[in-house]
Ligand binder design. Structure first.
Ligand code: FMN
Length: 376
């Protein structure tokens, strides 16, 4: 077993020691603390830019400036805490998406993960050019081969360039989901089903651009054995979020982490988010009041999401998620992946990664043994 090594994830010239990306988690769940801890263990740490400015004093005076200021500070802080690989997750649906992208580029993020919408139009600063050796790596997050193909086709036509990797997120993920409600439990949309579809859609682009485009699998990845299975199915890495919430280094409040430790399977529920997508969250009194329509529509001074229909929404999702981050769960709720109920303790990022690698090696050794003994 000592000889078994987890394969490398290579994204252009970036080569993390372990093929684990910590998924970006807003609002304020993955900031410099969690991202740098993951990067220090050899993974890719990711800061979520979503409504990051709501954590600033006086954010309401100038929401966009607060977002930019807070993101800049968190990237700088992460850089002070690690020499490892740091990315930024930016939702395409944010009204200040381009401003935040520019901050990530200016502050030298290694990669940007772009989800909740299709990253079709991108600024020139994201494209490689002769004067700058290492452009930031661009990684779209998709939930279907169709979405991957749309992005790659658009980039090929308009930029003669394609993204550096792709995250494929299945329906067991936490937070906003790229599926219709009725698709979530349909096996045709399971991660194991969509992963090979995305890989095969990317093949012709890899050939015509003579570049490898690694695929990173996400959504419900819980153990090292899960990582082993996904790598066997063609993924070059995994993105995990839920498991990283229950770590000391995670930037959420203790109350938020404890909501994970305490939750049961039946507490995990699908909500209709004001963003216009379904989302997976832990049921609580706040969400019950929302679904009973006890809460009143909000007024929205800054319109942070292109897709949020705030006039019809019973609450502000950014305020609710910011409250939850701070531990004020009576005025908010926690997003969580479908496996959150399996968590029963808070650990350190180092211990978690050690366990995942051990489980990976065990699964690989078992598969090898089954093969040589003719059991498989
Ligand atoms: C609390 C929480 C917040 C999240 N916030 C974001 C976000 O801001 N942007 C994003 O692209 N994905 C977000 N996600 C999705 C994760 O990055 C990740 O892809 C997904 O949860 C992976 O599944 P897992 O949680 O089962 O590991 C969030 C997930 C959770 C649990």
């Amino acid at each position: 077993m000592g000889l078994i090594q987890i394969p490398k994830l290579q994204i252009g010239d970036l080569e993390p020691r372990i093929p684990i990306v910590q998924g970006g988690m807003g609002v304020g769940i993955s900031l410099s603390g969690l991202a740098s801890a993951v990067a220090n263990e050899g993974g890719i740490g990711v800061i979520s830019a979503a409504a990051i400015g709501m954590l600033e004093p006086n954010f309401s005076r100038n929401f966009k400036e607060a977002n930019k200021r807070a993101l800049r500070r968190e990237i700088k802080k992460a850089r002070e805490m690690t020499a490892g690989i740091i990315g930024v997750n930016i939702m395409v649906a944010l009204t200040d998406y381009y401003d935040l992208l520019q901050i990530a580029v200016d502050e030298g993020a290694d990669l940007v993960f772009l989800g909740a919408g299709l990253p079709l139009k991108i600024p020139k600063t994201l494209l490689p050019n002769s004067s700058r050796k290492a452009a930031v790596k661009v990684i779209p997050i998709v939930s279907s081969a169709r979405a991957a193909n749309l992005i790659f086709k658009y980039w090929e036509r308009n930029y003669n360039h394609v993204p550096d990797a792709v995250v494929v997120e299945g329906p067991l993920a936490g937070g906003h989901l790229g599926f219709k409600k009725e698709q979530i439990n349909n096996p045709d949309y399971a991660l194991e089903k969509i992963l090979p579809e995305v890989i095969s859609v990317l093949k012709p682009y890899e050939e015509s651009f003579n570049k490898s485009v690694p695929v990173i699998a996400a959504g419900g990845v819980y153990t090292g054995a899960d990582i082993y299975k996904l790598i066997q199915s063609g993924a070059q890495g995994v993105q995990m979020a839920t498991r990283f919430v229950a770590t000391h280094e995670c930037d959420a409040s203790t109350a938020f982490k404890e909501a994970y430790v305490k939750c049961k399977k039946e507490d995990l529920t699908i909500i209709d988010s004001p963003v216009g997508l379904p989302g997976r969250a832990i049921k609580n009194r706040f969400l019950e009041k929302i679904s009973a329509r006890i809460k009143k529509p909000v007024k929205c001074p800054w319109k942070c999401l292109k897709t949020c229909d705030f006039k019809r929404s019973p609450y502000c999702i950014c305020a609710a998620l910011t409250n939850a981050k701070k531990g004020i769960l009576e005025k908010g709720f926690a997003f969580a992946g479908a496996n959150a109920y399996r968590i029963n303790t808070i650990t350190s990022v180092r211990e978690l990664i050690k366990t995942l690698l051990l489980e990976y090696k065990r699964a690989a050794a078992q598969a090898d043994f089954a093969q040589v003994s003719g059991l498989s």
